[in-house]
Design a protein around this ligand. Sequence first.
Ligand SMILES: Cc1cc2nc3c(=O)[nH]c(=O)nc-3n(C[C@H](O)[C@H](O)[C@H](O)COP(=O)(O)OP(=O)(O)OC[C@H]3O[C@@H](n4cnc5c(N)ncnc54)[C@H](O)[C@@H]3O)c2cc1C
Length: 381
Amino acid sequence: MVNDDGLSEEEIAFRDSVRAFVERRIAPNATRWDLGERYPRELFGEAASLGWLGIGFPEEAGGSGGGAALFALLCAELTRGSAAIALGLYVHSALASAAILHLGSAPQKARWLPDAIAGRRIGCWGYAEAGAGADISRVRTRARRDGDDYVLDGAKLYITNSPFADFMVVVAQTAPDRGLKGMSLFVVERDTPGVRVGTPFKKLGMGASEMAEIVFDGARVPAANRLGAEHFGFIEALKVLSLGRVASAAQGVGLARAALEEALRYCATRMQGDTAITSHQFVRFTLADMATRIEAAWRLTLRAARLVDAGSDYDCAASMAKLFATETCTHVCERALHLCGAQGYMRESAAQRFYRDCKVFEIGEGTSEIQRETIFRHLAR
Ligand SMILES: Cc1cc2nc3c(=O)[nH]c(=O)nc-3n(C[C@H](O)[C@H](O)[C@H](O)COP(=O)(O)OP(=O)(O)OC[C@H]3O[C@@H](n4cnc5c(N)ncnc54)[C@H](O)[C@@H]3O)c2cc1C
């Protein structure tokens, strides 16, 4: 049984349970957490006890099963409450832990996954560097083999969760000058000598999510911590970490929905004389356009998620969903702030938080330009 939203009864029940938790636990605290610029660590344990950190992980690994569609629903609902909270859980689960699931050996999974899925130990994903962003072939952090270890030197920038993460999944060059075909993946424990996490960065938005630089200065990592084949770990990860763009699209939809709801609430109650400002056609049309774009963004997102779950080629669909949903999110958050006027511009308002949070979705998980390049590659096939 599938409803008008294209969701099964089980998916609707799941979405509603996440929504209820978000409305009780996350939304009422979101502004305080944002202004406090500290991630409420206890949410990892709470999310784990609800099975959310195990979505996409098989039951034999301690997971809850499910796939991309369920994860998209989770991301959309969490982001509706707080984009920063959703981001921290997403990085831990869909990047750091998922890399271990998909590339790790049986002993590696047994070593790291139970604690990760239970929210006892938190992970981060270390790809970006000062010179490696949109161009993923430019990673310069070096991992040099030395006996039973690799020695890591370099630095990772803008790493979400790193100020408190217990383990890091790090991309490093093992064969210099071979570009993407010379990069391996390592699990690095936080307390490894030679690993230093910097002071958390001040950001435009996503206040509650914490990010910092990670410096590797002769950090000795056992060869047993390498995930996947030497030199090919990063390429393999890019192929198997299928949730990235779909989750990003879902986060864009969730934040856009929150912004629309805030604008609707304000416009329906903001009086000019005896009438609410929804009496103006401009206001009604703007809200209608926002809702229509969000609906289209969700359809693209769900379609991409369904292709992932069906094992079909999702590459172009995921890029279309990510591109459209995240640009829609930015547009909708800007319009919502506009409709909320000066009240929306105040530091305590939700509308300004949405406006500051939205932009990152167009930057992370492949910028809009990179998505357009991917879509064009499919058109030109
Ligand atoms: C809040 C936040 C959290 C983050 N968390 C993480 C994390 O946990 N782990 C991690 O590894 N990274 C993280 N990042 C970093 C993120 O991965 C990078 O920001 C992203 O890869 C883009 O790289 P860049 O910022 O260096 O942009 P740049 O590569 O400098 O790009 C700048 C601009 O140039 C454009 N551009 C670049 N190359 C091309 C091209 N070939 N064609 C067309 N346009 C191009 C881009 O689209 C962009 O608009 C985070 C960033 C933010 C803001």
